[in-house]
Design a protein around this ligand. Structure first.
Ligand SMILES: C[S@@+](CC[C@H](N)C(=O)[O-])C[C@H]1O[C@@H](n2cnc3c(N)ncnc32)[C@H](O)[C@@H]1O
Length: 363
């Protein structure tokens, strides 16, 4: 591995976090219906309109003004409003966010297949860090854990490192404000482990690590509140439906689409601010590490750092479960003595034939 400038990576992470927080604000300004009656604007369409007009479209300016002047009535609006000092800042960040979206969605229209995939992958490796999370990511993790169950003795998972749990905040498309901000992954992971007989709630501890303090604070206060999560999911096939219909029942209480996370399960979860590229936990402390939709933000060199720090955290025989399928994973898994023991894809959206990766390494 080539020499590493940790300070430079920390500075770059801070900049990407800053950009990502602003991306969320811009997507919120464009899509929310809580501070204005104006119709939502799809951000990628706004990027095209902005590029073609060469200036901020009138409808966007009206939404910006409503965002700045309306009395905040939601947790998201209150938090985002407190981050914006001036209208000029909002305009400049709109233009930055739209340039990225234009480059991602419209500029590569002539590219096809692998060329398009490479173009989008390269953009992801420098873009702002999004905290957004989707419940569907928990299905790939559950599928991976069913494979781990065939390799690990019952109740042998006690300490888990969850890298980048995320928080449902303000996505690029389909903002839905029916529910307050939620983080699903830690509670779904605890539930899957108990449901599959891999862990007992009484001896389980999940340490979530994330660079975003908003995510860390949310998880650390969740256990003191009503511990409720609204689970929205489509019906797909028998395995998918069985997983989601049962989600939460091993460690909490399900009433329709609402999950009340169990007190003991919620108490077993804590969050810490940590950069997986530049920081390490104590050696050999975890039986399992999980990271979904995190590794795609790293270039191949940073991917090696993330995998090295994760390998360091795992005890001998411990598992690393993630959803990144690019070739550099294989190269690093060989160099770091973290062999891949299973890899597959699962279907998570039949209407768009969307698949998620499931990759398991064993220390
Ligand atoms: C897109 S979200 C994914 C959330 C969730 N894992 C999922 O699959 O839905 C990525 C998360 O990783 C976090 N993250 C990004 N870079 C990180 C790093 N270097 N170290 C730790 N967390 C990081 C982000 O702050 C964010 O919360």
């Amino acid at each position: 591995m080539r020499p590493v400038d940790l300070e430079a990576i920390n500075r770059q992470t801070a900049q990407r976090l800053h950009d990502g927080e602003w991306d969320h604000i811009i997507y919120y300004v464009l899509q929310s219906t809580r501070f204005t009656n104006l119709p939502p604007i799809e951000p990628a369409l706004s990027a095209k309109a902005w590029k073609e007009a060469g200036s901020i479209p009138h409808v966007v300016a009206r939404r910006m003004s409503a965002f700045l002047t309306a009395k905040p009535a939601t947790e998201r609006h209150t938090a985002m409003r407190s981050m914006v000092q001036t209208a000029g800042q909002l305009r400049a960040q709109y233009e930055r966010a739209m340039q990225f979206l234009y480059d991602k969605e419209w500029a590569p229209r002539s590219k096809l297949g692998a060329a398009l995939r490479d173009h989008v992958a390269a953009l992801y490796q420098t873009r702002g860090h999004s905290s957004d999370t989707n419940l569907s990511a928990t299905y790939g993790v559950h599928t991976g854990l069913t494979v781990i169950r065939s390799m690990a003795p019952p109740n042998s998972i006690r300490r888990v490192l969850l890298i980048g749990p995320g928080l449902d905040w303000s996505p690029r498309t389909a903002l839905n404000e029916d529910a307050p901000p939620q983080s699903y992954q830690p509670y779904a992971l605890a539930d899957s482990l108990v449901r599959l007989g891999l862990a007992r709630t009484t001896s389980l501890r999940i340490d979530c690590v994330d660079v975003n303090p908003r995510v860390v604070d949310h998880i650390n206060t969740f256990a003191q509140g009503a511990r409720q999560l609204l689970l929205r999911y489509p019906r797909i096939d028998d395995d998918w439906n069985a997983y989601f219909d049962g989600l939460g029942k091993a460690t909490g209480k399900r009433t329709g689409d609402t999950l009340e996370a169990g007190k003991a399960a919620a108490a077993s979860i804590r969050a810490l601010r940590m950069n997986i590229l530049t920081e390490r936990t104590a050696a050999a402390s975890y039986d399992l590490a999980v990271a979904t939709n995190v590794l795609l933000y790293f270039d191949d060199h940073q991917l090696g750092l993330a995998m090295a720090n994760t390998a360091h955290a795992l005890r001998a025989g411990g598992f690393f479960l993630h959803n990144e399928l690019r070739p550099a994973i294989e190269q690093w898994s060989r160099e770091l003595d973290l062999p891949t023991v299973h890899a597959r894809t699962v279907r998570i959206d039949p209407t768009r034939e969307l698949h998620d990766g499931v990759v398991i390494h064993r220390r």
